[in-house]
Every structure is written in structure tokens, then in C-alpha cells.
Design a protein around this ligand. Structure first.
Ligand code: PLP
Length: 444
């Protein structure tokens, strides 16, 4: 295939998307908030989506994409998984939001306690931020101490105590948060020592998945050291499994490492796209969990809980974790081969089911934006600055289509690098700095 073909000639103009963006600009602050405004996507990306089925999604103009973002994590079995949707419909036909929860609340708590090794109890909420925040509150209620340690740069949600943007946040909101460096036991020891007898808990993600950086697996020695430090201090080890939970393992994500948390936070994939979060905890923290007051208008809705029970059953029946690992491994091998064939130096990091691609030396994510922009035009929805997600619905033909997209992405990067070289040559002839060639770059 020629590069021209790979650039995706069948892409339809984004008339509907453009019109919606214009209307949104009038009635939604900034036209958009959250992760798609924090680091804007390249201009080739649609903002508004219309439909999803399995591993494919469609934008409001009818363009089809292989979905390698999975709604930033909630979709794990593919969009509109038949068994999950049937369970949700069956529950919804009875009732969703009532004065009290349905029987599904107890059933789901039993399923989670039976699935996740460290868990003796479960509480439910709606968002990952609810769950991480509740974990901190429970740790403080249990210890009677204020301080929580987090890894510098890690994402744990969007409440004032943890949001990555400073606007509207007061120093008091963060007064009881301290920092350590992920995978650095010495820095953790120092932070624990500084917190002294004020330490309530340490929050940690299963691996380092900070947006915009190459991903890093957890060092088992770090995980074990963290466990020992928390036990000695009587503080809670809180695992933020919001992003990884049930994508890497059918239990908490550190079970394969042999380290069990006291509390864990869950959301994203646990109900395959239905709104639900959970806090799971060990017996030691049960009384503290019972003592805090937390609730929400929609926290006892039965539909998402029914969807979650069906999701966990389907994950097990389909052997979904292995399927994602396998599809992700095939994708990784093919993408590495594509890059190597063009002589492009990339880093492809993280678990196979949650990969992230960067270009070596690509400081401002400029090449990543060129890559992602061309890839999305050619039919694969991935991300230039955030880890991707492989769902269990990804078939061989989905992977094939995804690879057409990534090939277009690499072709565009090669073209960009060639044009940089050419204009560098030209400006050298004119005796000017090659730094001016940056201007022609597509900025995100
Ligand atoms: C997404 C995420 C959160 C926050 O979850 P929300 O549902 O967006 O509130 C917390 N921690 C991690 C690791 C996440 O990926």
C-alpha cells in the first residue's frame, strides 16, 4: 500500500462534529472539560461520538474506528456486550434508583469479596474519585491520623485534594497530602519518616501509568517494602486499582506480585461502561468503613450493579484477561515491526493490555501528535499522551484495521521527520537556525 492510501482517503468531513463543537462553545465552559481539554487532542480527532459495538466506535459524522481507548478504561468486554446489556435491561425493567438498594447490592458485594483476595467487604459509589477519596477517609477514620502519601505525578482523580490542575484548589485542600517517588523505596521511607505519627495511609497505583510518560512496572521489592512500612506504622496500604482493576488480573492487580493492600479503589472496567465504583477492604478496616458518612443520589442504583455482576461473570467465562493479553501482545509485536521497518525509534511500554507509545526524543509530544492524528484519520482511535486500552472484544480483523491506522501514523511521522531534515538543510544554506522549522509542526 502506498502512503497516500494509508492516509485514509475514505474519511468523511467532520461537519456534524464541527457544528456540535460550535454549539458547545456557547453552552459548555470552554466547550469541553476534563481529560479531552487537559491536553487537547490533535485536530484530526472527533470530539463527539455516536455509537459503539464490540471494539468499533463511530463518530457523529459516521466515521468508524477501532477503539484502542475503551472510553479511557471502562469498556473491557467491548461496547454493548450482550450478556452485560441483558442483565442491565432486566434490572432496569424492574427499577434502577429507589429509596433503598436492590438485592443486587449484596450479590455484587459477595461476588467481589469472592473474587478479590484481600477483600472482606465492599462499598459502592459512582466514580473512581469517590473510591480513592473514600479510601483516604476510611484510613483516617481507622488511624485517627491525617496524612496520606501519594506518588508524585500519579493520577488519583479530580477532587481538590488530587486534581492535577491548580485552578480553584487551596493549599488547605492539599495540606494533608505528602509525596514519594514511585518505585523508590528510599523516597518512600523518607516520606513515611516525615509524616511520623500523622501517617494514615499510602496510596499507590499498580504500576506507573502517569499520562505523558513511559510506563513502568512496579518493582516487587518496592511493593513489599511499602507493605512492610504500612504494617509497621499501622497505616493503610491503599491500592488505586481504578484503571487496572480486572484488566490485568481477576483480583487486585498486585496479587501476582504477592502484595495485598488493606483498601482498594475500583471503577472504570468493573461494570463494562455502566457507572459504578467500589471500595474493597480487609476486616481490620471494617469498623472504620462503617463509621464514615458517605453517600450519593445515585450510589444505590441497581442497574450498574447488575451490569457489574454480569461483567465479572463474563470476564471469567470468556477468559478475558488472557484474551486482552494475547491481543495486546499481537498488537505490540506488529507495531514494533512497523516502526522498525521505517527506522523509527519508539518506546512501547506498559502491560500488553494497557500499552503506551512514545517516540524517542519527542520532547513536546510533537511526533506523537502527528502519529495519532494520522492514525485516527485512518481508522484507529488511540491517544498521543495517555496509555491505551485493549478490550477483550478486539478480533484479528480489528487488529488488522488498527494496524492500517498505525501504519498511516508512522508514515506521517516519517514524512514529518523528512520535511524537518529538508528545511533544516535549507535553513543551513541560508545560515539561519534550524530551530525555526518547529513552526511548521502540528501542535496539540
Ligand atoms: C480514572 C482514574 C481515577 C479517577 O476515576 P474517575 O472515575 O474519573 O473519578 C482514579 N485513579 C486512577 C488510577 C484512574 O485511572
Amino acid at each position: 500500500m502506498t502512503d497516500q492510501l494509508l492516509l485514509g482517503c475514505d474519511h468523511r468531513p467532520r461537519t456534524a462534529d464541527t457544528a456540535l463543537r460550535q454549539r458547545a462553545a456557547a453552552v459548555i465552559p470552554g466547550g469541553m472539560y476534563g481529560h479531552q481539554s487537559a491536553g487537547p487532542l490533535p485536530p484530526e480527532y472527533p470530539q463527539f461520538l455516536r455509537a459503539g459495538l464490540g471494539a468499533r466506535i463511530w463518530d457523529v459524522d459516521g466515521n468508524e474506528y477501532v477503539d484502542l481507548m475503551c472510553s479511557y478504561g471502562p469498556i473491557v468486554l467491548g461496547h454493548l456486550h450482550p450478556a452485560v446489556e441483558a442483565a442491565a435491561r432486566e434490572q432496569a425493567a424492574l427499577a434502577d434508583c429507589q429509596n433503598g438498594p436492590g438485592a443486587v447490592m449484596v450479590e455484587l458485594a459477595e461476588v467481589l469479596v469472592g473474587t478479590v483476595r484481600h477483600a472482606d467487604w465492599a462499598m459502592f459509589a459512582k466514580n473512581g474519585t469517590d473510591a480513592t477519596t473514600m479510601c483516604c477517609t476510611i484510613a483516617r477514620a481507622h488511624t485517627g491520623r491525617p496524612r496520606i502519601l501519594v506518588a508524585r505525578g500519579a493520577y488519583h482523580g479530580a477532587a481538590p485534594w488530587c486534581t492535577p490542575r491548580p485552578a480553584g484548589v487551596t493549599p488547605q485542600d492539599r495540606a494533608n497530602v505528602g509525596f514519594y517517588t514511585y518505585n523508590d523505596l528510599e523516597s518512600l521511607r523518607a516520606a513515611v519518616a516525615t509524616a511520623g505519627n500523622e501517617l494514615a495511609g499510602v496510596l499507590v497505583s499498580p504500576f506507573k501509568h502517569d499520562a505523558g510518560f513511559d510506563q513502568e512496572p512496579v518493582d516487587p521489592k518496592f511493593a513489599r517494602g511499602l507493605r512492610a512500612l504500612c504494617t509497621r506504622a499501622g497505616a493503610a496500604l491503599i491500592l488505586d486499582d481504578v484503571r487496572c482493576g480486572f484488566r490485568l488480573h481477576m483480583g487486585s492487580s498486585w496479587e501476582p506480585v504477592g502484595v495485598l493492600p488493606d483498601l482498594s479503589a475500583w471503577s472504570k472496567a468493573i461494570a463494562n461502561g455502566h457507572p459504578l465504583a467500589a471500595v474493597l477492604g480487609s476486616g481490620t478496616f471494617r469498623d472504620a468503613a462503617a463509621s464514615i458518612f458517605v453517600t450519593g443520589s445515585f450510589w444505590f442504583s441497581s442497574t450498574a450493579m447488575a451490569a457489574s455482576i454480569a461483567t465479572i461473570r463474563a470476564l471469567r467465562e470468556q477468559n478475558a484477561v488472557a484474551a486482552m493479553e494475547q491481543a495486546g501482545t499481537a498488537l505490540r509485536a506488529a507495531i514494533l515491526a512497523q516502526a522498525a521497518a521505517r527506522g523509527l525509534q519508539i518506546r512501547y511500554t506498559g502491560p500488553a493490555a494497557m500499552p503506551y507509545l512514545t517516540f524517542v526524543g519527542d520532547r513536546n509530544h510533537e511526533l506523537a501528535a502527528v502519529f495519532a492524528g494520522a492514525a485516527v484519520r485512518a481508522g484507529v482511535y488511540l491517544h498521543p499522551r495517555h496509555n491505551w486500552f485493549v478490550s477483550a472484544a478486539l478480533t484479528d480483523s480489528d487488529i488488522e484495521k488498527a494496524l492500517v491506522g498505525t501504519a498511516a501514523g508512522f508514515a506521517a511521522v516519517s514524512a514529518r521527520l523528512a520535511s524537518h531534515d529538508e528545511s533544516a538543510d535549507r535553513s543551513d544554506e541560508q545560515g539561519t537556525s534550524s530551530a525555526t522549522t518547529q513552526e511548521s509542526g502540528t501542535r496539540t
